[in-house]
Structures are given as structure tokens and as C-alpha cells.
Design a protein around this ligand. Structure first.
Ligand SMILES: Cc1cc2nc3c(=O)[nH]c(=O)nc-3n(C[C@H](O)[C@H](O)[C@H](O)COP(=O)(O)OP(=O)(O)OC[C@H]3O[C@@H](n4cnc5c(N)ncnc54)[C@H](O)[C@@H]3O)c2cc1C
Length: 460
């Protein structure tokens, strides 16, 4: 529990002491994210709350805040927009939530398409700004309107665009990250090239991101298209052909087994009762060819329309990636999800094995994405009916036994999720940059705190 003296010390770190928030309702709201997607995490995290929220506006303020927190052994949990799904931004041991939303300046977009910006910049704002100069994001989560760039790097993985550009960690998309360390004298360090992997998807456990260099891609004119097929098997075949076909320029290929689309109530007009659906963002110049190919394969086009940026209605991406799960939970609160990777060659056999064993307890929602080796694979965020933790774990075990990888989203630590690196770079970085284990404590469970550790000096 923080004391009044702790709070006063924090107030001295910021130019305006009003940016140290202690109102219980505000602190509770800013201590939350979308952890409740998981019935397991909901039980575990419902009562976790920070003592205070601090809203820095500059790297200098962050350096001062971290120095004070180090000295007083106060935990610090970074927060972007709080849209993470695994309770990443929920403080397990009280202390400070560091709300980075005010560090939202886009410094510049370079001529060769690199956005240089603060961590609090909303991805939607960055996408719109980039498009004004002929660029766009390579990949973004379906929460683009709210989510921050810093939070995407800290806790996200990929999304719309990943079918062509891979995940956030692939293909040099994150060029460089500036990070403040948690030491007696916090250092401002630049991670470039391979060194970005120390910090990417580390849930703010080994440094506070203060500036980002994010590679963009030339903007395209896109179109939206929805195709319905009588069966999931037919929809999967067609979507796979487009997703893996090198000649198709696409930003999104999402396939839903029925009855998942029955939850998409605001866009009933594109849904067909009992049919599987595919959502595409496709090069506008290829829309006619896509429709012809879909009809030829036995599909019914239920939407074919220009895409005019994030204001387009309906905005198909609002129903894809982990938004699909949100619509499903709205329809039936007993539903939750998994995050899976099916085999590019054995997926059909894997679907059958899971259906034979679990029937409609698992409903397929496929998100095609490019892996680091360049192959496009059927990633998936299946909707799953939750009964017990044992049953859910049994389903995960079955997936893994038949070669379907699972990044378990019902976990509240970096190691248990999907993007922990087997070379341990995130953990090793924590030893270097947060020796006392004060950054988002409890989220990197293999870390052993070193309370008496001497600060690493700048000369090292
Ligand atoms: C409906 C829905 C759909 C989603 N779809 C996707 C999707 O398509 N793809 C995807 O990848 N994710 C998805 N997510 C998860 C989440 O929205 C994204 O990962 C998003 O980018 C997180 O950004 P945020 O600003 O909300 O981060 P937060 O939730 O605030 O933070 C995420 C993590 O990053 C850390 N962090 C935040 N800022 C910093 C910083 N400056 N320095 C260090 N660490 C920091 C936090 O401590 C936390 O551990 C979805 C979530 C929901 C609820």
C-alpha cells in the first residue's frame, strides 16, 4: 500500500500534480483491461487494483517517476489503452499504473515510410495520418480505434494486414524502440534491429517504451467483400486459395464457421442463415475478379463495396480478430476463445479431429497470416464453450497433440502466452533493466527478483 509520502514524491515528478490520480473509481477503471474475456482470468484478476495512476507527458517525467519508484520499491505497471486480453495491464501488486495515453505525439513520418511516435498514439490516428502521406500500417489489431502503439508493441501480436506483412515482430516492422529502464538512475536506451525483441511483447516487464520507429507500407485502395458458402469446408477452401495466392493483394482474409456470424447483429444483411462467411479486405482493382472467382466456387457475394478508411460502414474489421470473440460473448456469456495455429498442410484433418471430439464446443474462426518464413498459414481464434477449466485445458492438450499450436490466452504471464521467445531475451532484458522486478511484477514468472542488486551503470 502506498503512503501519502509516496504520493507526494510522485507529485514532485510531474509538472502538474493533478496528473497523479487517486480517485478510487478512476484508479479502478485504469487498472482494468479486457481480461474478462477469459472466465479463468476473470476470477483471478477481478479484485486487482493500483494505488494510484500517474500520467506522464514526457520521457523526462518518466525517468523521474521510475527513479522515485525504484528508490521506494513501488511497482509500476504501464498502460496504453487497456484493451489487452490477458490482464497484461492489470497491476497484481498495487503501486502505480503509468498511463501513457498523453504521450501521443506523432513526431514525423519519414520519406521512406517509418513513423516516429510516442507510445500513447492511437493506432487509428497513426493509420489516418500515414495515409495522408501515401503510407499505411503494415498490421494492426481490430481495436485500432482505441489501442495505442506502445500497448500494441507491449502486448499485441498482429491483426489486419498480417496476411501479407506477418506479425508485428516479423520482417523488421518495429525498427527501433526507446525504453526507460527501472534502476536507481533510469537510463533512456535505444533498442534497434534485433534488440527490439528484448522489449516486444514483454508486457512492460522490462522497460517503459517512450518512442517508437514503426515501418509502414505504401497505402493501397482497398475494397471490402463478404462471401457466404453453404459449408465451412467450402469457405475454408476458397479463403485459403485467396490467402495463399501470391497474385491476390489482401489485407484481411477471415473465415467463420456458422453459427459465429449469427452474433453479428448490426450487419445481419451480410449474414446468411446457416452459412459460413468469409470477410475480405482486397485490392480495389481485384474486387471484380474476386467476386467472379467466389461465384465460380459456389459462393454468394453478400457485400462488395469500396473501403474508405476506418469510418467505412459497415467496417468488416470490427467483426474479425478478437472482435469476433467479443460479439460471441455478447450473444452468449458462456463462450470464450483460444488462439491457435493450424497446419498449412494438415488443417482439414485437424478440423475434423477437433469436431469429432468436441462438436460445437469449438467453432472455427480462421485468420490467415504470414509467418516469419513467408508461408501464409491458417491462424485461428476459435470460439469455445466454457464449462470447466479442466475441460478447456483438455481441449488445449488435444490441439497440441494433433499439431495445432495454442497460445493460451487464459494465462496471466508472458511465458505462458504465445509470444514468449525461446531464447529468453525478454527475461534476460528484465535482469538488465529491472533488477528489482518492479515493472509489472508477477507477469514474468521465471524472473527471480534481486532486491539488493546494484544498479547497472551506464558504462556497462
Ligand atoms: C475486441 C478486441 C480485439 C482485439 N484484437 C486484437 C488483434 O487483432 N491483434 C492483437 O494483437 N491484439 C488484439 N487485441 C488485444 C489488444 O487490443 C491489442 O494488443 C492492443 O494493441 C493493445 O493496446 P493497448 O494500448 O490497449 O495496450 P494495453 O492493454 O494498455 O497494454 C498492453 C500491454 O503492453 C504494456 N504496455 C503498454 N504501454 C506500454 C509502454 N509504453 N511501455 C511498455 N509496456 C507497455 C502493458 O503493461 C500491457 O502489458 C484485441 C483486444 C480486444 C478487446
Amino acid at each position: 500500500m502506498m503512503t501519502e509520502a509516496d504520493l507526494d514524491a510522485l507529485r514532485e515528478c510531474v509538472a502538474d500534480s493533478e496528473r497523479v490520480l487517486t480517485n478510487p473509481q478512476v484508479v479502478q477503471r485504469l487498472s482494468r483491461d479486457f481480461y474478462w474475456y477469459s472466465p479463468i482470468l476473470k476470477k483471478l484478476l477481478d479484485d486487482k487494483i493500483a494505488d494510484a495512476v500517474v500520467q506522464p507527458v514526457s520521457t523526462e517525467e518518466i525517468v523521474r517517476i521510475l527513479a522515485r519508484c525504484y528508490e521506494r520499491k513501488i511497482p509500476v505497471t504501464a498502460r496504453g489503452a487497456g484493451t489487452g486480453n490477458y490482464g497484461q495491464a492489470i497491476p497484481l501488486h498495487g503501486g502505480v499504473v503509468l498511463d501513457l495515453a498523453r504521450m501521443d505525439a506523432i513526431e514525423r513520418i519519414t520519406e521512406d515510410g517509418v513513423a516516429v511516435c510516442g507510445p500513447g498514439v492511437r493506432l487509428g490516428v497513426l493509420e489516418n495520418t500515414a495515409r495522408e502521406t501515401g503510407w499505411e500500417l503494415r498490421c494492426y489489431p481490430s481495436t485500432i480505434a482505441k489501442a495505442s502503439v506502445g500497448g500494441f508493441l507491449g502486448g499485441g501480436s498482429g491483426g489486419i494486414g498480417s496476411v501479407t506483412h506477418g506479425g508485428l515482430r516479423d520482417f523488421g516492422t518495429v525498427r527501433a524502440i526507446e525504453v526507460v529502464t527501472m534502476e536507481a538512475q533510469p537510463r533512456v536506451m535505444l533498442h534497434e534491429g534485433e534488440a527490439v525483441h528484448e522489449v516486444l511483447h514483454a508486457w512492460g516487464t522490462n522497460g517503459i517504451i517512450t518512442k517508437i520507429w514503426l515501418a509502414l507500407t505504401p497505402a493501397k485502395q482497398w475494397a471490402q467483400c463478404v462471401v457466404a458458402f453453404p459449408t465451412f469446408a467450402e469457405a475454408f477452401d476458397f479463403s485459403e486459395a485467396i490467402a495463399t495466392g501470391a497474385d491476390w493483394n489482401k489485407r484481411l482474409v477471415t473465415t467463420f464457421e456458422w453459427p459465429i456470424p449469427s452474433a453479428f447483429t448490426p450487419i445481419k444483411n451480410v449474414v446468411r442463415d446457416g452459412m459460413a462467411l468469409i470477410f475480405f479486405l482486397i485490392d480495389a482493382g481485384q474486387l471484380d475478379s474476386l467476386q467472379a472467382a467466389a461465384k465460380h466456387a459456389g459462393g454468394e457475394i453478400t457485400l462488395a463495396a469500396p473501403y474508405d478508411g476506418l469510418k467505412t460502414q459497415p467496417l468488416l474489421s470490427d467483426y474479425t480478430w478478437n472482435h469476433t470473440t467479443l460479439w460471441a460473448i455478447k450473444q452468449d456469456s458462456a463462450l470464450t476463445y483460444l488462439q491457435c495455429g493450424f497446419s498449412s498442410t494438415e488443417a482439414r484433418k485437424q478440423f475434423k479431429a477437433l469436431k469429432d471430439k468436441f462438436g460445437d464446443e469449438i467453432l472455427f474462426h480462421i485468420e490467415f497470416m504470414k509467418s516469419a518464413d513467408g508461408t501464409v498459414v491458417p491462424g485461428a481464434i476459435p470460439v469455445v464453450r466454457f464449462t470447466t477449466e479442466e475441460r478447456l485445458n483438455g481441449m488445449i492438450d488435444t490441439c497440441r497433440a494433433i499439431g495445432v499450436s495454442v497460445a493460451n490466452p487464459h494465462n496471466n504471464n508472458v511465458e505462458g502466452g504465445g509470444r514468449y521467445r525461446s531464447d529468453n531475451v525478454q527475461l534476460l532484458a528484465k535482469y538488465k533493466y529491472d533488477p528489482r522486478g518492479l515493472l509489472n511484477p508477477g507477469k514474468m514468472i521465471t524472473f527471480q527478483p534481486q532486491p539488493e542488486a546494484e544498479p547497472v551503470t551506464a558504462a556497462e
